[in-house]
Write a protein that binds this ligand. Structure first.
Ligand SMILES: Nc1nc2c(c(=O)[nH]1)N[C@H]1C(S)=C(S)[C@@H](COP(=O)(O)OP(=O)(O)OC[C@H]3O[C@@H](n4cnc5c(=O)[nH]c(N)nc54)[C@H](O)[C@@H]3O)O[C@H]1N2
Ligand SMILES: Nc1nc2c(c(=O)[nH]1)N[C@H]1C(S)=C(S)[C@@H](COP(=O)(O)OP(=O)(O)OC[C@H]3O[C@@H](n4cnc5c(=O)[nH]c(N)nc54)[C@H](O)[C@@H]3O)O[C@H]1N2
Ligand code: SF4
Ligand SMILES: [Mo]
Length: 755
């Protein structure tokens, strides 16, 4: 094909982080040739970062899969047809379910940074498998926070977001949005805050990050001590009576317990334990409490470390005690078109994993326990696992434990676009169409007061041999005998959505057991009637109706019209036709209180388990290093890493080897200069890395980037590994007791210079 005279720019989104910025792409053949921000995207409005420029390395590389693969006894793979693959996998899943119960099956992944449209199909597939076992990367980071939200607000999916853009004071704790983004149009937003003399930025991070360099107040916290620091800040607020009594009285319960708890602590000793002066703690408390508005944004730095769940409670108390909730520039809830998470009951109805008895949070189990749930003689162990859109062999704690456990499985199926490290362990590998080859969407729609949804149209046909997840799961569910045919519904769909809606509602009313299969039913019935092959978006029709029924005013404020079901129809029509994304809801701040799910409509500040954990904090200096004098932060976000989404190291424009950052004085004691090689040894293993001296580091702390250690074909023969595989160093045992979130940011290590 010759290149068209005028470039055709097509809208889609970047798939590298939760922002999913709208982009426009100029394509040639199957290449993404030029990329620019899409000004029509309702949230990102033209913004995008340097990583998006490299997206062609995701779309086109030599590890793309083009055929289902089956492992031979000698460990090599053979190509098989889709028919064979689906039939054999389905038969094996059904046999495992019948012989050992659905409990013996599990599912891992179900959507990365940009590909969530397959998620509901994965859920239907879990129904067919008869299992609730769902492992997800979200349980490597956010589940402690979700659990806290459940207690504070009544349901684990009452999720607060942060209005960084309007806040007078912005607090970033354990996050580096300059590199990781996570907030809207991060770099522009950060620079705006920095330039505005009336606004202040507080950053709490052991490394003077790119974000910290812009801060008005930077607190170089010792790794793993945020609970002490946040406790000290909160205690100052209470001591000075810098709390919002009006808000606390009107909206919350349990303040007295929290106050008593905070009044008891030795503030200066807590501050000292965190490596921060009392004056700086007082200044932070004053800035947050006295601002007209203050928003708190936290991420992995307090989640993947000691006291993960406790940290989530304390950070919530920062905005709740100061009354910075449900108002502009504070923290607020948001709507969800398709909920990213659910809710797990506690108490008598608490669901637990079979072997370790670990509780589900938001219907998820933590990857840290998965090897233990497999690699055991327990009769209810996991024997069959399906992994979709994840690479746990490198991205979950303890690569070697994962490998050993996966070798024990009767069946491991991996659905991915690439032959990953996890796929190499599988019995079957199923090739998915890439995110630019199918209809896609992200469910990271966490904005308030204006929330948006972006259904993306494919840029290309599926690479020959690949299928979208919707089709893969539907075929599997059929082959498992779990999906009836619905000729009448199909016929009704051909006549129009109104007759279809009536029949569909009647079907679910008479067969409520089909509710969990609704996405596949809609895919097969309504799906074929949608324009441009958008069948896999069919379940959004139901989502749009539910959403419009729940938030009619907010949907109308977003510009959609109609009453009753017509509002849902017009929302769905807008989602289908606006290829750069569309506003779905515009809320008023008063709506915040309707999101609370406690019966009394209040925020319950007191969480007994958290009060107890807080009371156990001991500010005395720990002395034991047990031969591991450094704390390794395993998994920093930098300018050229993006989880394990890119496999070809040529995508990186710098930091090709993924250097170990170390403070120059620490380096001097080991006789190291930048570029030297060292071994980095933890309790679990040793990796060899290159060092980079960095003044931004704090003494005693070293950092390695996330997402390295992937293999790629070498020129010539064999495969090469690019950079350190950090999860060889981490341990499944090092995790939060409540949420099971790993201590990736707190790995004790020693370093030795290589000759
Ligand atoms: N460039 C890039 N961006 C990404 C990604 C990527 O791979 N690359 N991944 C995306 C994903 S999946 C996620 S979840 C987000 C994560 O985004 P972030 O959480 O912002 O990223 P990290 O760099 O992992 O960790 C944030 C900060 O925590 C600090 N930290 C370490 N230990 C501690 C501690 O004990 N206390 C405190 N207060 N801070 C500590 C680190 O120094 C680091 O600056 O990034 C997303 N964006
Ligand atoms: N030590 C340490 N470990 C960490 C972290 C850390 O900071 N330190 N960070 C953690 C965090 S926050 C996260 S989110 C996880 C991320 O780790 P994972 O949950 O493993 O997710 P990704 O690395 O994003 O892997 C995405 C996979 O999806 C595949 N993929 C891409 N597009 C598609 C598609 O359309 N369909 C299908 N089926 N597959 C697709 C990619 O090829 C890749 O294999 O890592 C965690 N692991
Ligand atoms: S990596 Fe994140 S911030 Fe950068 S363009 Fe992609 S989605 Fe936007
Ligand atoms: Mo993440």
């Amino acid at each position: 094909m010759s290149r068209p005279e005028t470039a055709v720019w097509q809208p889609t989104a970047c798939i590298l982080c939760s922002r999913n910025c709208g982009i426009e792409v100029e394509t040639r053949d199957r290449e993404l040739v030029k990329i620019r921000g899409d000004k029509a995207h309702p949230v990102s409005t033209g913004y995008f970062c340097q990583k998006a420029q490299r997206l062609n390395f995701y779309q086109n590389h030599s590890d793309r899969l083009t055929s289902p693969l089956r492992r031979r006894p000698d460990g090599t793979f053979e190509e098989i047809s889709w028919e064979t693959a689906i039939a054999e996998i389905a038969a094996k899943l059904v046999a495992l379910r019948e012989n050992h119960g659905g409990q013996s099956l599990a599912y891992y992944g179900g959507g990365g940074q940009g590909n969530h449209l397959g998620g509901p199909y994965g859920k239907a597939f879990r129904t067919a498998m008869g299992t609730a076992n769902y492992y997800s990367a979200l349980a490597q980071e956010k589940t402690g926070g979700f659990w806290v939200d459940g207690r504070l607000y009544g349901r684990q999916n009452c999720h607060p977001t942060e209005d960084v853009e309007q806040a007078e004071v912005v607090v970033f704790i354990g996050t580096n949005p300059w590199q990781s983004h996570g907030i809207r149009n991060a770099r522009t937003t950060l620079i705006e805050i920095q330039k505005d003399p009336n606004r202040k930025m507080i950053v709490i991070d052991p490394r003077r990050t790119e974000t910290a360099a812009l801060a008005d107040l930077y607190l170089q916290v010792r790794p793993g001590t945020d609970a002490f620091l946040l406790g000290a800040i909160l205690a100052v607020m209470v001591r000075e009576d810098w709390v919002d009594h009006e808000f606390l009285a009107a909206r919350t319960t349990g303040f007295e317990t929290v106050r008593t708890m905070l009044e008891k602590i030795p503030i200066e000793a807590f501050a000292k334990r965190a490596g921060i002066s009392l004056a700086a703690v007082e200044e932070a408390a004053r800035l947050m409490a006295q601002a007209k508005s203050c928003a708190v944004r936290t991420d992995l730095g307090i989640e993947q470390t000691l006291n993960s769940t406790l940290n989530a409670w304390l950070r919530s108390l920062l905005f709740l005690l100061t009354g910075n909730f449900g108002k502009p520039g504070g923290n607020t809830f948001h709507t969800y078109l398709v909920p990213l998470i659910g809710h797990s009951e506690e108490g008598e109805k608490q669901m637990r994993s079979a072997v370790t008895g670990f509780p589900f949070i938001t219907n998820l189990l933590p990857p840290n326990i998965l090897p233990l749930e497999i690699d055991t003689d327990h009769p209810q162990r996991i024997r069959g696992l399906v992994v979709d859109s994840a690479n746990p062999v490198v991205s979950a704690a303890d690569t070697n434990a994962y490998r050993a456990a996966f070798a024990k499985l009767d069946l491991l199926v991996v659905i991915d676009v690439a032959l990953t490290e996890t796929a190499r362990e599988a019995h079957y590998v199923l090739p998915a169409a890439s995110q630019f080859e199918k209809w896609e969407a992200t469910f990271f729609n966490l904005e308030f007061p204006k929330n948006a949804f972006h259904l993306r149209k494919p840029l290309f046909d599926p690479l020959p041999g690949t299928l979208p997840e919707a089709e893969i799961y539907t075929r599997l569910i059929h082959a498992m005998g779990a999906l009836p045919d619905f000729p009448d519904l199909k016929a009704a769909a051909q006549k129009g959505r109104l007759p279809f809606a009536m029949m569909f509602q009647k079907l679910l009313a008479t067969h409520p057991e089909l509710l969990d299969l609704a996405p596949v039913i809609l895919y097969e019935t309504l799906g074929p009637t949608l324009p441009d092959g958008a069948a896999s978006a069919a379940f959004l029709w139901a989502s749009a109706h539910q959403f419009a029924a729940k938030y009619p005013e907010a949907v109308r404020r977003a510009g959609h019209q109609g009453d009753g079901p017509m509002l849902g129809e017009s929302l769905f029509a807008a989602i289908l036709s606006s290829h750069s994304g569309t506003l779905i809801s515009v809320n008023e701040y008063e709506d915040t209180w309707d999101f609370i799910r406690h019966k009394d409509g209040r925020i319950h500040l007191e969480i007994p388990e958290m009060v107890e954990a807080f009371n156990q904090l001991d500010p005395k200096e720990p002395v034991e290093t047990n031969g591991f004098p450094f704390v390794l932060v395993a998994g920093e976000r930098r300018s050229y890493n993006a989880n394990t989404i890119f496999r070809d190291p040529d995508w990186r424009k710098n930091d090709r080897e993924g250097a170990l950052r170390i403070h120059p004085e620490d380096a001097a004691t080991l006789g190291l200069v930048s570029g030297d090689k060292v071994t980095c040894t933890s309790k679990r293993s040793t990796v060899t890395v290159q060092v980079e001296l960095a003044d931004s580091m704090c003494r005693g702390v070293v950092m390695l980037p996330h997402g390295y250690g992937l293999e790629h074909p070498a020129n010539g023969a064999g495969r090469l590994r690019n950079g350190p595989r950090i999860n060889e160093l981490t341990s499944t045992a090092e995790m939060d007791p409540i949420a099971g979130t790993p201590y990736h940011k707190h790995v004790p290590v020693r370093l030795e210079k290589l000759a």
